[in-house]
Design a protein around this ligand. Structure first.
Ligand code: NAD
Length: 980
């Protein structure tokens, strides 16, 4: 809490700032009256505002008058969406009824530019320098920020750096000194792989770029301020800055700025880190204190991933933190300078009052405002005697769209001070009231919890998480190569035949040695499972569900080791391996929850004299035959559904990843699932798998794997065997040949990484992986150029290294098969991109490859390759793309990247995939959120991770009872019902 005298001064200054700023805003409104009126009109109505933002977002991609016309029609279909006549007249727009399509295009573009120009200071460096001089004459300083597309590869980062170098040289020529000559740099624009998992690489590469800029800035007397972006890259940004300023070379003559975001819950710790850095490096550090611009996306991301929300969820908490940080920074000594960047009058007044009270000299303190929003504050803050600076984004307004939309969103946010202060003036007291004391009790609002308790993925931006993962990899390495038994009825067995597997990570480290079940072991296992099947079935469902929950807890406890094992045995990268364990845990908790809800006795319809009840009955012995590519998740998913439904389970994992399966088995047992309910039967598919499928007493076959095996299981399993007394149930999930479509309206910044991740994530070895990409003619050349560039940053490497984007394929056999397809592709089509195997890796590594111009009859376009191979097909238009995408024997996943509402609607209506993803990648379905499974020859339409999936594992019995006796019915007297 501020002292009474300081508080009085804050109020006094606040009133003065507010009065001047309001007057100035009125003048500005007069200047941009119609643009402001347009903003106000569309912000009044939420639906219209959403439509307007979405239109603004798609507009840059609309290249023809026809496209602009179509999108205006689709985004603003109703009369009430059209501009009112008074606004049209004010903005000097022609009546739409008289507009031809080219004219409408021109008018829309002009209007768009007028709005963009409100917030984007200049189109290029020359215009920016003019603004620089103009403002310098008024003693207003600028920090110039180059707007740009998301950097996806090194050349783009080179180009970005070159533009900054040009800007530094140009500013230097102005000879106005470092106080005026100031630029803001986003490190993600200088580094395509700006990820905490690639920390060492980022520090080396980005650090080098930043050093080059700092050297040039020093020579030209220009100040460099490093911007801050999302929370996940906050520490990484600071790590890069640390590495640069602690370098001997920069110990003198250099200064740098960083950004502190007050909306972060750990902003105080971050502030301490910055102050410590400044002391250690002995160079002056400027901290730009902001509230933070990614509030919505931070919350959305945390909700999606079930992470704790890193930002304060109420404005009051951010306001209070802001003032605490002001005090902390201004008390930290002369080494640290403060730039107060806010439009909140209370915060501005508090900063002013504090600086005044502490007699901070003018070279240690300044105010910063956003160009396009902060103009009214310039005259209001001038009397403080402290410098005032505009943060001015420059660049092509079309390319700067994302930035613009964010500024607009800020401008209309209901909590935004600018809106409250100017558009909806309220009482000064309210606007200037002191922020409430921070209350620890004010916990962040967590997302509305789903019905079960999902596991959050590891936060790899936390260095302790990365360290733990590394330790787990080292620990697991020492346990590899263990000999695994078969386990039937709790008894371990060994067979003379053994299979030895090696880790794909290096192609030679032993992964596992295991006994191979044959027909005899299958007979014994099924007999053992049948013998005590009723015992497991008779347990209350809640007890079985509890076992699953305990298994989920055990898996969570061992998540690092299990994920590390998945890296070693299946060749998954860190994130993929973690996602695998998350999915396994989620399956356990989700099916436990569903079973308790679904398997209780239900009333069909009762009469006075008759009860009609539905009872869930387990089907019987279930053989779970799983693939190698999700050794924990799919095995756990299929088996946990069967177990919780009351069936004894025989686990038959894939040969290539038996060790992970062994850990799952052990966890089941430790969790209390009795020895008679779960059996571990590794072995070859053709022997152990086949014998299970044929066995007359196996009631359910839950299989996930290739189409060939799946179809053969259906045909073999369906033959009635001697002694068979049941109709077998098959849950058969098979492969895919999954398409995606990119149209001309797509957001390439979103589509390019999503396409690469979907095609090359886990080296293309997911059933959901993208393999056929249809790009419409209009977008073809530009999209392919960006895709090929970005593919270079999708790094093939050992999955032991956290920075690798993809690792090896599973084994030599798979490598040969995929290589066969690649040789064929090279003969039949054109290579758009081919990666390289990095030096030093050994094992079945295949560099990612992208083909185009393949003949329509190519096997690469119809057969599942299951490797890092992407085929691109040119489509003349969206309808043709949809038709070609749907023309497949498979129907598992598909994706469409488009911002044209009618295209998205067409895709929704077309049945071409079990899982259709619009404007997002097509892999990584989340349990409960995206029930997963395909149809056609991809599967029988069952949905893993959906509640309906459980129904495959039990049937319903109807029990009808006459409860009347000689005309006497018990009516509602429960006690007279003998059976209850
Ligand atoms: P696969 O068909 O070779 O093997 C799967 C399992 O079946 C293994 O446990 C194997 O030992 C067993 N098996 C093999 N022959 C058998 C037989 N004759 N009788 C009984 N069992 C037999 O598949 P894979 O190579 O392990 O996995 C990759 C395939 O799985 C790909 O086609 C992929 O698309 C598919 N897949 C589908 C999904 C999905 O949800 N639809 C998920 C993951 C993987």
């Amino acid at each position: 809490m501020a002292s009474p005298s300081r508080e009085a001064r804050i109020q006094e200054l606040g009133r003065a700032i507010l009065a001047t700023a309001r007057d100035e805003e009125k003048k500005k409104e007069a200047h941009h009256k119609w643009e402001m009126a347009l903003l106000e009109w569309c912000m009044e109505n939420e639906e219209l505002r959403n439509r307007a933002f979405r239109f603004i977002d798609v507009f840059p991609s609309l290249k023809t008058p026809q496209a602009v016309f179509q999108h205006i029609q689709e985004y603003f279909p109703k009369a009430e969406h059209r501009l009112p006549p008074v606004l049209r007249a004010g903005l000097a727009l022609t009546q739409p009824s008289f507009l031809t399509r080219p004219l409408l295009n021109r008018v829309t573009r002009e209007l768009y530019l007028r709005m963009a120009n409100l917030f984007i200071g200049a189109r290029n460096e020359e215009e920016a320098l003019e603004k620089f001089r103009l403002y310098a004459r008024q003693d207003v300083r600028l920090s110039i920020d180059l707007l740009g597309e998301k950097t996806t590869h090194e050349e783009e980062a080179d180009a970005y750096e070159a533009r900054y170098r040009g800007l530094i040289l140009a500013l230097g020529r102005e000879k106005k000194g470092r106080d005026f000559q100031n630029i803001s740099v986003k490190l993600s624009a200088l580094e395509p792989q700006f990820s905490p998992l690639a920390r060492e690489k980022v520090i080396a590469r980005t650090g080098e770029r930043l050093k080059r800029l700092l050297r040039l800035a020093k020579e030209n007397d220009v100040f460099v301020h490093v911007d801050m972006e999302d929370y996940e890259t906050r520490d990484l940004t600071l790590d890069v800055v640390d590495s640069v300023v602690l370098d001997e070379e920069f110990r003198s003559g250099v200064s740098i700025g960083v950004v502190l975001q007050a909306y972060l819950r750990d902003a105080s710790e971050c502030c301490d880190r910055m102050i410590a850095l400044s002391r250690l490096s002995a160079i002056p550090l400027t901290i730009r204190l902001v509230r933070g611009a990614y509030w919505d996306s931070e919350i959305m991301k945390s909700r999606e991933l079930h992470w704790p929300i890193p930002v304060w969820t109420s404005k009051e908490e951010t306001d209070a933190t802001f003032e605490q940080l002001l005090e902390r920074i201004l008390s930290s000594g002369p080494q640290v300078r403060l730039a107060v960047a806010t439009h909140n009058v209370r915060s501005l007044a508090a900063a002013w009052a504090l600086a005044e009270e502490k007699e901070i000299p003018a070279d240690r303190f300044e105010f910063q405002c956003l160009y396009g929003m902060g103009e009214p504050f310039i005259p209001a803050l001038k009397p403080s005697g402290y410098p005032v600076r505009f943060y001015m984004p420059i660049g092509d307004p079309v390319i700067g769209m994302a930035y613009l939309v964010r500024r607009l969103l800020e401008n209309v946010s209901s909590q935004s001070f600018v809106r409250r202060g100017f558009y909806k003036p309220e009482q000064a007291e309210q606007l200037l009231s002191a922020p409430a004391e921070l209350l620890d009790a004010n916990e962040p609002q967590m997302p509305a919890a789903p019905d079960f308790d999902p596991l959050a993925p590891l936060a790899f931006h936390d260095r302790y998480v990365r360290q733990n993962f590394q330790k787990a990899l080292d620990k697991v390495r020492r346990s590899l190569g263990e000999t695994l038994p078969l386990v039937i009825g709790g008894k371990e067995r060994s067979t003379p035949e053994k299979i030895k597997t090696v880790s794909p990570v290096d192609g030679h480290t032993p992964a596992a040695v295991f006994s191979c079940a044959g027909s005899a072991e299958v007979q014994t296992a099924v007999a053992s499972a049948v013998q005590l099947a009723a015992k497991w079935a008779d347990l209350p469902v809640s007890q079985r569900a509890e076992c699953l929950r305990r298994a989920a807890d055990l898996m969570t406890l061992r998540r690092y080791e299990l994920a590390a094992l998945t890296v070693w045995e299946a060749g998954k990268t860190w994130r993929e391996a973690d996602a695998e364990i998350v999915e396994a845990v989620d399956f356990l908790r989700f099916y436990a929850h569903c079973a308790e809800r679904m398997m209780t006795e239900a009333v069909a319809e009762d009469l006075d004299q008759e009860t009609n009840r539905l009872a869930a009955c387990p089907r019987g012995v279930t053989a779970v035959i799983s693939p190698w590519n999700f050794p924990a998740a799919i095995l756990t998913g299929m088996s946990s559904a069967a177990l919780v439904a009351g069936n004894p389970v025989i686990l038959k994992p894939a040969e290539q990843s038996t060790r992970v399966a062994w850990e799952v088995y052990k966890i089941y047992r430790e969790a209390g699932i009795p020895e008679y309910a779960v059996h571990f039967l590794p072995g070859r598919g053709e022997s152990a798998g086949d014998a299970l499928v044929r066995h007359p007493d196996v009631a359910v076959i839950a299989f996930t794997g290739s189409r060939e095996t799946g179809l053969s299981i259906l045909s073999v399993g369906n033959e009635k065997k001697i002694g068979q007394k049941l109709v077998k149930r098959f849950v058969v999930e098979m492969g895919g040949k999954n398409p995606a479509i990119v149209d001309a309206s797509a957001d390439f910044d979103l589509a390019v990484p999503a396409v690469l991740q979907s095609a090359f994530g886990y080296a293309g070895q997911k059933c959901s992986a993208l393999s056929r990409l249809y790009v419409v003619d209009e977008a073809y050349d530009e999209f392919l150029k960006r895709l090929a560039g970005a593919a270079r940053e999708f790094c093939l490497g050992s999955p032991l290294l956290s920075a690798s984007s993809l690792g090896p394929v599973i084994d030599r056999e798979a490598q040969d098969k995929i290589q066969g397809f690649i040789e064929l592709g090279k003969k039949e089509g054109k290579i758009l991109f081919e990666g390289v195997v990095p030096d030093g890796v050994q094992g079945p590594y295949i560099p990612p490859i992208i083909f185009s111009e393949l003949p329509q009859t190519s096997r690469l376009l119809s057969e599942e390759i299951f490797g890092p191979v992407l085929c691109i097909i040119r489509a003349s238009n969206f309808t043709e793309a949809l038709k070609m995408a749907g023309d497949s024997e498979y129907a598992l996943t598909a994706a469409v990247y488009s911002r044209t509402p009618s295209h998205l609607e067409m895709a929704r209506k077309t049945q071409f995939a079990g899982n259709l993803y619009l404007n997002r990648g097509q892999t990584g379905a989340v349990v409960g959120r995206q029930p997963f499974g395909g149809f056609k020859l991809s599967g029988g339409g069952t949905k893993a991770g959906g509640a309906d999936y459980l129904r495959e594992f039990y049937f319903l019995r109807t029990v009808s009872e006459n409860v009347s006796r000689h005309g006497f019915a018990p009516l509602h007297d429960e006690s007279s019902n003998e059976t209850k």
